[in-house]
Design a protein around this ligand. Structure first.
Ligand code: PXL
Length: 277
């Protein structure tokens, strides 16, 4: 069985970060170790959330894992809370990179043209340096704009997205996947760029008329899980986009839907079927 480690916060209520990564990747038949960076009562879109920072646990945990000679087929980082945590992730990558594993960075920090409440532009630039050490990165257009210094646009053409992908891949990653990319009304999708082969890939599907928190984490978790199941980056991106859409579709069907996250749980059978398990 493949084993990955995912490093992000636990938002106890909110259906994001570790509370989606762990169930989704495990359901895809992949052992999922976790390194929690903080415990929050909810994600930061709620008011008055509590937060216990766990930065001081990262190095001792990593050292213990080294002593135990654990290796990981992928290291997947998501939401990180501080400059220091970003620097610790760089050390973690240096310690746990192998010849064949994947360093996967989701620079979860912004959406819809705005940084999340805890962050500023300097943080985004620092996150860009972690992206530079990754094999694959999966920003949305807002995160990409903050990391590259390009203007954020809510309407754009293919040239804008391709330029953004080229700037992002100049940071260092082999594969760059930009999420939430739609060129026509009613469509959204993902555009990727493989730097080594100078190859672009675009996949889109119908856009459901809503926006939910946590969908970026669902996309990333599924993408990592699919790659661990032998899908190449393009097929993995497609599976991840389709599953994310299915989660949103199921959410919309529920009259009692929460505002803070999507119904990824009842879409898991769809995912398992989709990856042929
Ligand atoms: O995936 C987004 C995310 C993860 N973790 C925390 C968040 C958010 C988004 O707001 O606040 C703590």
């Amino acid at each position: 069985m493949k084993r990955i480690v995912t490093i992000q916060d636990i938002s106890c209520v909110g259906k994001c970060s570790l509370t989606v990564a762990l169930p989704i990747i495990s359901a895809m038949g992949v052992e999922t170790a976790i390194l929690p960076t903080a415990v929050l009562s909810t994600h930061t879109m709620f008011q008055n959330f509590t937060c216990k920072d766990l930065t001081d646990q990262i190095t001792p945990i990593a050292n213990h894992w080294k002593q135990e000679s654990f290796t990981f087929d992928a290291v997947y980082t998501g939401y990180l809370g501080s400059f220091e945590q970003i620097d610790l992730m760089k050390d973690f990558f240096d310690q746990f990179k192998t010849e064949s594993n994947i360093l996967f960075v989701d620079p979860a920090m912004a959406d819809n043209g705005k940084l999340y409440p805890a962050f500023d532009e300097a943080f985004a630039k620092h996150m860009a340096t972690l992206c530079g050490k990754a094999d694959i990165i999966v920003p949305n257009i807002t995160e990409a704009a903050f990391m590259t210094g390009m203007e954020y646009r809510s309407e754009y053409d293919e040239e804008y997205v391709k330029e953004m992908l080229r700037h992002l891949s100049a940071l260092g990653a082999k594969i760059t996947l930009l999420t939430g990319v739609g060129f026509t009304d009613g469509k959204t999708g993902v555009m990727g760029y493989d730097k080594e082969n100078d190859e672009f890939y675009y996949y889109c599907h119908d856009k459901l008329p809503v926006s939910y928190h946590g969908t970026g984490d669902i996309f990333s978790s599924t993408c990592v899980g699919a790659m661990m199941n032998g899908f190449d980056w393009k097929e993995a991106a497609k599976v991840a986009a389709d599953y994310t859409k299915e989660c949103i579709r199921l959410t919309l069907e529920d009259p009692a839907k929460p505002w803070y996250g999507v119904n990824f749980e009842q879409a898991i059978p769809y995912l398992i079927k989709r990856i042929g398990k």
